[in-house]
Ligand binder design. Structure first.
Ligand code: COA
Length: 172
């Protein structure tokens, strides 16, 4: 059963929480997010929190353990609106805390994100993953995404980038 959660958008005050959460799941990404781009995870989070068109939506336990260094943050999705066009958005991060996976939390979060973005005029969502990420591939297929391009060996020999998109507001 899904624990009691609050789903909300982050503010600049969430910087440390968001940073710690990404660091926790960094090793699940290929390549790790800490090894991508200039400035690593801190620069990525600062940019997302400071720009008007990007942010994170988080799922947070209503009653976190006081000793929890993440203060109850159990899942997070990051997005950039107006990515290529005025009415699209790119999902730049999705992760669930390893202890809270397979409870439907990512689905809950993603459905909420879609509703929120659709209300703000987003009609198409884009994201990518890599060929070895079976959990994410199943998840995105279940959520109605389709692959529109594959970049072979993009992340190392035999590890392809899979580019996905989904139209919002349309029956799948
Ligand atoms: C991909 C990821 C975000 C999914 O998060 P999640 O919260 O576990 O997702 P969900 O719980 O909504 O769905 C995952 C599975 O649990 C199942 N599930 C959901 N609720 C369940 C329940 N109550 N009991 C048992 N199984 C359940 C779903 O059916 C799904 O099964 P499937 O993998 O066989 O399709 C998570 O695995 C993750 O953080 N991975 C590492 C980071 C990553 O790869 N991110 C994406 C990069 S592109």
């Amino acid at each position: 059963m899904i624990p009691d959660l609050v789903i909300r958008e982050t503010t600049e005050e969430d910087y440390c929480r968001v940073l710690r959460f990404i660091e926790l799941v960094d090793g699940d990404f290929c390549p790790p997010l800490s090894q991508r781009g200039d400035g690593g995870i801190p620069a990525r989070v600062k940019e997302s929190l400071s720009k008007a068109n990007s942010n994170y939506v988080v799922a947070q336990l209503t009653q976190p353990d006081p000793a929890d260094f993440l203060e109850g943050l159990v899942a997070m999705v990051g997005f950039t609106r107006k990515w290529q066009y005025q009415d699209d958005a790119y999902i730049n991060f999705l992760g669930t805390h390893p202890s809270y996976r397979k409870q439907g939390i990512a689905e809950l979060l993603h459905v909420r994100l879609e509703d929120m973005l659709f209300e703000r005029g987003v009609n198409r969502l884009y994201l990518c993953t890599w060929s070895g990420n079976k959990a994410a591939i199943r998840f995105y297929q279940r959520m109605g995404y389709g692959v529109y391009s594959v970049i072979l060996n993009d992340r190392g020999r035999g590890i392809n980038t899979l580019n996905y998109r989904k139209r919002l507001g349309a029956k799948q």
